[in-house]
Design a binder for this molecule. Sequence first.
Ligand code: MN
Length: 423
Amino acid sequence: MPHPNDPALRSFIPVDPASDFPIQNLPYGVFSAKDGLAPRVGVAIGDYVLDLWELEQDCRLPVTDLRIFSASTLNPFMALGPKAWSATRARISELLRHDNPELRENPELRARALVPMAQVTLHMPIAVSGYTDFYSSREHATNVGVMFRGKDNALQPNWLHMPIGYNGRASTVVVSGTKVRRPRGQLKPPTAEAPSFGPCRRLDFELEMGVVVGQPSPMGEMLSEAQAEAMIFGFVLLNDWSARDIQQWEYVPLGPFQAKAFATSISPWVVTREALEPFRLQGPVQEPVPLPYLRQARPNNYDLELDVALRAADMNDGLRICRTNFKYMYWSSVQQLVHHASSGCAMNVGDLLGSGTISGPEKDQRGSLLEISWNGTEPIELAGGIKRTFLEDGDSLVMRGWCQGDGYRVGFGEVEGTIVAAE
Ligand code: MN
């Protein structure tokens, strides 16, 4: 049987070469249709969602517990572990292949199991157990450091020795399309004598990838590189909305708190680690060499294109404001997970790890408005007369990501969020 990542595979379902969801991808999500059934697990293929619950009821999948795919989150499926993930993906690939009549020539099953994407609502794909956000792009950390501490002290002394992170809030991780209310908080501009409380005036986005942890690790135990990698179920696009003015006043000495707690948006489709395998590459050289527990024997970065578009309420189309690549990240997702567990911290099924803002070496590769507008000093023009330093009410932000194969792309769809006024 060909491997599900084989570039030569074709589905009997027509898939445009520019589609994010060819047979080589098969990302998992949670959807509901107009049939009145509860949200359940599906896989994206071209312009359709494949209903795994229907296939399972028809005894077509290697997973036999009917509660796995009728669940409203991917957590029960993730808990089955990497062997079940691989076997299920291989079987779905087989069912969708152009040269397999099993589903193709079964109109009754096709009608039940293939739902046009245009008719579904996509939900939060996972129940987020814990959310941790890292700070692992050297270019982003350097840009922010130069802005606030000057060129000579741009990187903090610990930055090249470990992936820096903080514990965020799982309660406000939301799926693409959820409106984001402008946060309120304590503000104290450097020129003000005393703080005041009110709507954030410097609202920003952060372009990130999210790692979905699909297996637990016990409290008290460290992880090897191989163990950490095997726990990663897949990846999503992630927008770590940030209130820069709240952050600036509150972050010393314990780091971000309310500035990041009001919303984090993720894309609805979880692209599996296995589907990204052909796009694996070596990350930047790490100098100084990390401590032994953080050393990597394998390349753990991915060649994954990213772009961000911003659309003001009175614009028809968004304007691209960033084009970068996940491959620039200094610390890999595997190193982040190894470091996260290194103290003895337990990891859970459904944990979400934000990569940190993904910026690249070039000016148009900056993954936040803080960097793009250089702390508000260099406004960008979106369209005739519409300028931005930070986000205004009504602004809509769309992030996209994909790995480009030869004649196909393994894509993530998008994560969108629109800002609404503070109460
Ligand atoms: Mn962040």
